[in-house]
Design a protein around this ligand. Structure first.
Ligand SMILES: Nc1ncnc2c1ncn2[C@@H]1O[C@H](COP(=O)(O)OP(=O)(O)O)[C@@H](O)[C@H]1O
Ligand SMILES: [Mg+2]
Length: 494
């Protein structure tokens, strides 16, 4: 059996390892921009081939596929989905694990995702407005003095979202100014270069609660949820610093528990189930809307909010990076069996199982990331722990044939496992310590991911949101927005 993997980051290294472990003993091939040292090892030990190419270019990927005639292709990142790579492959009769362009709209356009949620009355509908230009948004920002999230309407590589709290009346003029300035920079800077989308700016009501992601396999009929994972976007400890592609992620059992034998959890099992049902409703809605089958991965990046309970913040059309490392470490079932079932649309026949364990993943980055990738690039990497033990994944790194150099983004992802999250975090921490740059350039990672303090804080935030949404639920007020008007009492608005 032959499988072609598209993409060369940490997520794809995790996928390659999982595929290589299969009892089908597949030959793994890969196409990506940089030659990932970990994937290269898997490719060459199985006798496959590594193609260097632009993963967003259908002719490059189809060309690679025609050269190796794979049984199927596995697309790792989102941009190839947005660029129609799965469609181009399927046109040539090559089956693909990857969302076709039309269904990947769920991730591409945060505005279309919200439209669909309201049209199909899916729980977790946040108030929103979408705008094609900055000028269109100005009157709205002038008038609406509330806390909001300002977003680029297109998935922009995890950049550009700003949440602005607006509670103090005396600061409202200042807040308006900040909102306007940021809205303008979204349209003019963050959306610059993206001409594949009509709406540029999205304004959402601001909600709060702990965040988590539920990734699912789907063949378009059955939806199989994987363990919930929590990502950490900010560069530095304590959720400080700029947003990154993800500095690390934690998971434990299906519902983000503190430990395998510990009842404390960020979300309850019921909330986990409801989140998976919401992802299924989103998949059903996009399939009905487009008439296209969804073959691959769909994920809900969720928040447990006080307004709705489980609420979609955004959808993904692929595994997260580094969230892939969590779920694939926990996956007990043969990944190739799952892929084949997705292609044959009989995923309901596969029993997909996950290990009850805690997994903490930490990304190690060269200084300069994320704002000055030019400075973070080109430094020689040395790893004292064996890089292929399964504990360390290569991410943005280039195998030059004469050593490995940094690619400018997260260079490796260290995976720790254990019975509790703090235990898993400590193991990942040890692995991070073994990573260095031999020219003396500095690396950084977050040591607080998965620590007792940080998990307990998230569990507590979940408890606070839960108390309120469950109260609303008991009163029949879930998802309803109420105001108190003297003399009239509680009124529903919106
Ligand atoms: N409506 C909202 N209310 C409060 N916080 C939000 C809201 N939307 C997004 N956020 C916060 O901003 C982060 C980034 O937003 P998201 O839509 O996930 O964009 P991206 O991941 O592409 O940057 C979220 O993880 C969440 O912390
Ligand atoms: Mg996000």
């Amino acid at each position: 059996m032959k499988i072609l993997l598209v993409g060369g980051g940490g997520r794809e290294h995790a996928i390659a390892e999982s595929l290589a472990k299969s009892s089908h003993c597949p030959k793994v091939y890969c196409v990506s921009e940089l030659i990932n040292p970990g994937i290269r090892k898997i490719v060459s030990s199985g006798g496959g081939e590594y193609f260097r190419g632009d993963t967003n270019d259908p002719s490059a990927v189809v060309g690679a596929a025609l050269r190796c005639s794979p049984d199927f292709v596995f697309v790792g990142p989102e941009e190839p989905n947005f660029h129609g790579i799965p469609d181009a492959l399927e046109d040539k009769g090559i089956p693909c694990i990857g969302a076709s362009k039309e269904v990947a709209e769920l991730e591409l356009s945060k505005a279309s995702m919200r439209d669909l949620q309201w049209k199909y009355k899916i729980p977790g509908r946040l108030w929103y407005k979408k705008f094609k230009t900055f000028e269109e948004a100005v009157p709205y920002i002038e008038e609406y003095a509330e806390s909001i999230a300002l977003k680029p309407a297109r998935q922009a590589g995890g950049k550009g979202v700003k949440v602005i709290e607006d509670f103090q009346v005396y600061l409202q003029d200042d807040k308006r100014k900040v909102k306007k300035e940021h809205a303008e920079s979204i349209v003019n800077e963050y959306m610059k270069g993206y001409d594949d989308i009509e709406y540029k700016l999205l304004i959402e009501e601001r909600v709060w609660g702990p965040e988590y992601t539920v990734q699912c396999f789907t063949d378009g009929r059955t939806v199989v949820p994987m363990p919930a994972v929590q990502d950490n976007k900010h560069a530095f400890d304590g959720d400080l610093g700029p947003e990154t592609g993800g500095m690390g992620s934690i998971s434990c059992c299906m519902n983000l528990r503190y430990g395998v034998e510990d009842e404390r959890a960020v979300i309850t099992e019921g909330e986990y189930q409801r989140s998976a049902e919401i992802v299924k409703m989103m998949i059903d809605a996009i399939q009905r809307e487009t008439g296209k089958k969804y073959h691959g991965i769909s994920a809900g990046q969720m928040m447990l909010t006080s307004v709705w309970g489980p609420t979609v913040i955004e959808m993904y059309s692929r595994l997260g990076d580094p969230e892939a490392a969590n779920v694939l470490t926990m996956l007990k079932t043969d990944l190739v069996d799952i892929c084949e079932a997705i292609i044959c649309e009989d995923l309901n026949k596969v029993k997909v199982e996950f290990e009850d364990q805690a997994v903490a993943v930490k990304a190690v980055c060269p200084e300069g990331y994320p704002d000055r990738r030019d400075l973070a690039k080109g430094h020689p990497v040395s790893i004292s722990a064996p890089s292929n033990s399964g504990g360390i994944l290569w991410a943005s790194a280039e195998d030059t044939g004469n050593g490995v150099v940094t690619g400018g983004s997260r260079v490796v992802e260290c995976i720790g496992t254990g019975d509790t999250l703090p235990e898993a975090s400590a193991r990942a921490e040890e692995l991070c310590m073994g990573v260095g740059l031999s020219d003396g350039w500095k690396l950084f990672h977050r040591s607080d991911i998965g620590t007792e303090k940080s998990i307990l804080r998230r569990i507590q935030l979940g408890n606070m949101a839960r108390e309120i949404y469950q109260y609303r639920e008991r009163k029949g007020l879930l998802g309803k927005r109420m105001i108190w008007i003297p003399g009239k009492g509680l009124m529903e608005v919106g």
